[in-house]
Design a protein around this ligand. Sequence first.
Ligand SMILES: Cc1ncc(COP(=O)(O)O)c(C=O)c1O
Length: 427
Amino acid sequence: MKLYNLKDHNEQVSFSQAVKQGLGSQQGLFFPLELPEFELTDIDAMLEMDFVSRSSKILSAYIGDEIAAHQLAERVKNAFAFPAPVTQVSNDVACLELFHGPTLAFKDFGGRFMAQMLSYVSGADEQITILTATSGDTGAAVAHAFYGMENVRVVILYPQGKISPLQEKLFCTLGGNIETIAIDGDFDACQALVKQAFDDEELKRAIGLNSANSINISRLLAQICYYFEAVAQLPQEKRNQLVVSVPSGNFGDLTAGLLAKSLGLPIKRFIAATNANDTVPRFLGNGEWQPNATVATLSNAMDVSQPNNWPRVEELFRRKTWRLTDLAYGAVSDETTKLTMRELAEIGYISEPHAAIAYRLLRDNLQEGEYGLFLGTAHPAKFKESVEEILGQTLPLPQELADRADLPLLSHSFKADFAELRKFLLK
Ligand SMILES: Cc1ncc(COP(=O)(O)O)c(C=O)c1O
């Protein structure tokens, strides 16, 4: 598999290099040179396969012969060791529940696959430092995916006080090779620090820097697989009328969905669903890219005003000669998010703010004869405090969270200052 840097198309790397490097020069994102496509008959046959076999086939279509098929299959099996069920919510709408992994969020798929790939492509005595910024769930998924791995040090930055207390407990209580830093700033500030570190060649070399954000191509490729899994679970007659609504922050999940469509998966259209951090909806409306300051919302993992995967979305549309005007979009306020969560609870489905935003826009967009799917990106209990307050009911705590709820936080606290972070990394 060859990938090119979106900021410099002459910089081309193999899949292994892209996994190790994360980003290209000038912080450019890597993008596949070849965009494979399956025949319709292949897709039909794949939809009959089990999740792991099908996912291995999808990933091998992108990765090619860099990893032998049986090795890839083995690693996919290790990574995707939990289900992604589609749960019926109403007559014409279902939720693809991506929160049945160890950290109860969709990031488990990408995080665990990346850990598998990184250990495969790295030399046995190579020291790696994973530096990543999280708006909540990436941190937990990455921490758990890499916890205890030899030769890997994981450093996670997150915005202090802006992630839910239980989210924080999930990844800031591990210790060992997992170090966490609460940054006095928002998620964009954390992301900017990570980017600065990647621009620092000396630092990069000294600590074997790698990122595990959705900018890493291995994570993105892993996420393609669950869109196929969703379609495989739908009745045949719904498959050609499918509209998928994606709760979006950094737009990795939507990019993966579009890559699934590009492979030939029948998805009629996508909805890019955001909260008040609506840079993309405004851009799709008026063609102007004008990020505002990030605002804190109930769906905190989507509080991103400079989504770093957006260049990949644009590149894919350009390469496929799709029209951006075919991408549906919308932004949902906190007030409407709350009302929607209550509406969902009334029809028997307990949801959390991120998924509720996707559901709202799906409901508002869906046309007669279409079938809607929204992504359930996190378990409602990860947002226990707000969900309980909004719905006026108590949520049982899943075991994964209960186990960590009373452990002490092990995080450091830093200002959003690169010099301080650099010193820490070189320690
Ligand atoms: C629960 C949840 N939903 C949605 C998103 C947005 O996903 P993406 O950043 O891929 O757009 C995130 C990202 O962290 C998340 O944690």
